[in-house]
Design a protein around this ligand. Structure first.
Ligand code: DX5
Ligand code: ZN
Length: 219
């Protein structure tokens, strides 16, 4: 699956930018990834619930919310209630991630857990039993256009093994530095869903970029 991140889109034309990856066939995104940043958990500020509510109304592509915020225990539920398909919180920020996952699911969303590049996956395996998606960060969260951190592929392999052996039931998602050069290695390591910001919205035709990434991932 390919999930374009609108962090690299033109924020004055978000509806058009999403429509550019919401066509038919190969050029259609599986999810649209929306990066919510609060200038506390990460040193950047983007958008919040009112914008996400409007985006959900503007498209039928499932919205994948990546909350890079403090105290997601309080704020994440709003995104689930708004109709986001998947709501991802950071394990480094959540106070009670198990309760949080239950609340997200009760509100009708998939529950996602994200881990930063230096956070080991092994410490959170029990927590992950309560989640539907695992978002492995392959850059330090906060900004688009950074270089892929190869070292995180070991975590992807671990997650893949745990899913394939039935110990966990997760969609394995990767976020940061995914492009034509890196997507094949990430696919080989076992990623199910690839977030790509600059590789999609930096391209002349975002829909074609989605199709090209999907083809490269399948090689
Ligand atoms: C970074 C965000 C990413 C970002 C990825 O903190 O979580 O979703 O948009 O951008 P690229 O694909 O350009 O690395
Ligand atoms: Zn993201």
């Amino acid at each position: 699956m390919i999930a374009p991140s609108i962090l690299s889109a033109d924020f004055a034309r978000l509806g058009d930018e999403i429509r550019a990856v919401a066509g038919e066939g190969d050029t259609r995104a599986d999810w649209v990834h929306v990066d919510v940043m609060d200038a506390h958990f990460v040193p950047n500020l983007t958008l919040g619930l009112p914008v996400v509510q409007s985006l959900i109304k503007a498209t039928d592509v499932p919205i994948d919310c990546h909350l890079m915020i403090e105290n997601p225990d309080k704020w994440a539920i709003g995104y689930a209630e708004a109709g986001a398909y998947n709501v991802t919180v950071h394990v480094e920020a959540a106070h009670d991630p198990v309760a949080l996952a239950k609340n997200l699911r009760a509100a009708g969303a998939k529950a996602g857990l994200s881990i930063k590049p230096n956070t080991p996956i092994e410490d959170h395996l029990d927590t992950l039993k309560h989640y539907d998606t695992l978002l492995v960060m392959s850059v330090e969260p906060g900004f688009g256009g950074q270089s892929f951190i190869e070292g995180v592929l070991d975590k992807v392999r671990t997650a893949r093994r745990l899913v394939d052996t039935g110990h966990l039931k997760l969609v394995v998602e990767i976020d940061g530095g995914i492009n034509a050069d890196t997507i094949e290695r990430a696919a080989e390591a076992g990623v199910d869903c690839f977030v790509a910001g600059s590789a999609v919205y930096g391209a002349e035709d975002p829909g074609k970029a989605v199709a090209a990434l999907r083809e490269q991932a399948a090689r």
